[in-house]
Design a protein around this ligand. Structure first.
Ligand SMILES: NC(=O)c1ccc[n+]([C@@H]2O[C@H](COP(=O)([O-])OP(=O)(O)OC[C@H]3O[C@@H](n4cnc5c(N)ncnc54)[C@H](O)[C@@H]3O)[C@@H](O)[C@H]2O)c1
Length: 333
């Protein structure tokens, strides 16, 4: 297969390396409007052809076009790529609006082309292990998902901290609790430096009795990447800053012992053992590339497809609206 990679800034070179590393890929062409980025790629990967124009790249008729440009450019480039009959890989977040996401999904459906949305974390050993534990029923029903992703982060010029960092956690949430339909979102945040929020908190309400919260911040002095998942039987802590024990499963829980009068009801805590399962260390992007290529050969949707991208964009859009309306609850349909 022939792949074209558009956008060779911070993330694009990782795509170049991982597509080159896949034995089904015979040719990689890199595209960026900045000559300096093309030179950088040529120096690192001399076998990669380069061009500074998307129109030129389209003439190569690539089987796959991967888009790693800023979010506000995803839709127009993705549309051209689909119209040119290429399967597309789009970086997170999929698009800048849900209307754009819907349109791309419909176009891909009509043309029988695949859309892969790079929700990279879904391909990490840690998240695969989380999914395995939750699907086994070991932690019971999920009652909450509580995540923190904060550090002194790189300010993005086109999006706020929600659109930059929250797609990671929202996609993990969607993957591990897929049957819990999101009902509403509310969010708060502040833009201390320019017109994009640098700190934000999002709350997500589900149809059944489950709740999720996301705290993202580009201006924290410490780096924290931690998610706590509460279940009716057990609880999990996923700490991505840990090198070896990223996941800890606690045999802890809370029980309410009912009495006739509510004031006499007793809350009983159970504090049992903790174990930390082994997680795979294979690079997530390599697995993502493999999944995308296999999905094309097998004529099926990839694990992280356009519909998954749309679900995340809908929550981000609602969160933005909620912030503007001072934390108003926004229904999702
Ligand atoms: N999956 C992940 O974990 C992950 C990590 C980082 C970034 N990303 C995503 O990757 C995308 C890019 O982020 P980045 O940090 O690499 O941005 P960046 O600004 O470092 O790089 C973007 C590159 O795209 C080029 N570009 C812009 N418009 C173009 C066009 N029309 N044609 C050709 N080139 C064009 C720019 O010149 C620049 O070199 C974003 O969607 C971001 O959210 C994903």
């Amino acid at each position: 297969m022939k792949v074209g990679i558009i956008g060779l800034g911070y993330w694009g070179p990782n795509l170049v390396r991982n597509f080159l590393g896949n034995d089904k890929i015979k040719e990689v062409i890199g595209c960026d409007t900045k000559e300096a980025r093309l030179k950088f790629i040529k120096a690192r990967f001399p076998e990669v052809k380069t061009t500074n124009s998307v129109e030129e790249l389209l003439k190569y008729n690539c089987d796959i076009l991967a888009i790693a440009t800023p979010v506000d450019t995803h839709y127009s480039i993705a549309k051209k790529a689909l119209e040119n009959n290429s399967h597309i890989w789009v970086e997170k977040p999929f698009t800048a609006t849900s209307t754009q996401a819907n349109e791309l999904n419909e176009l891909a459906e009509k043309k029988k082309l695949n859309i892969f949305v790079d929700h990279t974390f879904i391909y990490t050993g840690a998240v695969k292990k989380l999914k395995e534990i939750i699907d086994s029923g070991a932690i019971g029903k999920i009652i909450y998902f509580d995540s923190v992703r904060i550090n002194l982060g790189l300010f993005q010029h086109d999006v706020n901290v929600l659109w930059d960092l929250a797609p990671h956690d929202l996609s993990i949430m969607d993957y591990i609790i897929p049957d819990n339909k999101v009902k509403a979102v509310c969010a708060n945040g502040i833009a201390n430096f320019y017109n994009h929020e640098n700190v934000a908190h999002i709350s997500v309400y589900f149809e059944n009795n489950c709740f999720a919260h996301f705290h993202v911040n580009w201006t924290s002095p410490v780096k924290i990447r931690r998610t706590i998942i509460g279940g009716t039987k057990k609880m999990i802590v996923f700490d991505d800053m840990e090198n070896s024990e990223k996941i800890k499963v606690y045999d802890s829980g809370v029980e309410l012992i009912a009495k006739e009068k509510i004031r006499e009801a007793l809350v009983q805590y159970r504090i049992g053992d903790m174990y930390s399962p082994k997680v795979d260390q294979i690079e997530a992007l390599a697995l993502g590339v493999n999944e995308f290529i296999n999905s094309i050969h097998e004529k099926r949707k990839p694990l992280t497809c356009g519909e998954d991208g749309l679900k995340v964009v809908k929550i981000l859009e609602a969160a933005d609206r909620s912030i503007k309306e001072k934390g108003k609850i926004i229904e999702i349909n």
